[in-house]
Design a protein around this ligand. Sequence first.
Ligand SMILES: Cc1ncc(C[n+]2csc(CCO)c2C)c(N)n1
Length: 220
Amino acid sequence: MTMVNRLKDSATDQWQQLIHHPFVAGIGEGTVSHRQFGYFLTQDALYLGDFLSTLAVAASRAPRREWTETLLRHAENVTTVETALHASLLPAFGVSAADLGRAVPGLATIAYTDHLVRTAWSRTWPATMAAVLPCYLSYQEIGIHLKAHYHSPDPLYQQWIETYAGDEYGQAVEELLAIVNAMAVDEADWPQVQNVFERSVGYEYLFWSQAATEGHLIDR
Ligand SMILES: Cc1ncc(C[n+]2csc(CCO)c2C)c(N)n1
């Protein structure tokens, strides 16, 4: 079995819950409010800064030169592609550059990014790859799932869906999967690699939940 399938199979229920998170379905149905999506994009912009650091550390620790090159290219794409998506979408959701500058990370954002950055710096390199895998793969599965089963009545949501269901994004995912499937994982390291993967899946889930409540953890 490939490493990607071994990891996904180790957290099947959490994975299914993530792909079918109610907020995700709400993007497809168009029932997510613009305020909620604007909050999500704002938190995502904060998240991407630390995701960039994570990829940069992962790139420098990679055991093969071609993997360093691939991960550096992906890091650059985070800056260009993901940030461009935000730049085009944020104003449409009423979030100005000043709003973004003032934004503070929510607890789920902090927990997720601390986990990514700490893993990249202080865990094994395969564990770092396992930490970023849910980010790549869940967005692709979500994009493809939403595109196949919904057509969002909101063109802005549909634009977001098409980005992650698209071939250009699919290419980046394929490259990451190829690295994960080719990397050498010591059997002694497997529990750590699996645990880090499962936490990232959980944090992806919490990131959507956080968007649904716009960061409020306590009913008001
Ligand atoms: C919470 C959260 N998780 C995943 C992504 C998607 N994503 C962000 S950077 C990157 C790597 C290559 O572009 C991918 C797949 C996101 N935007 N926000």
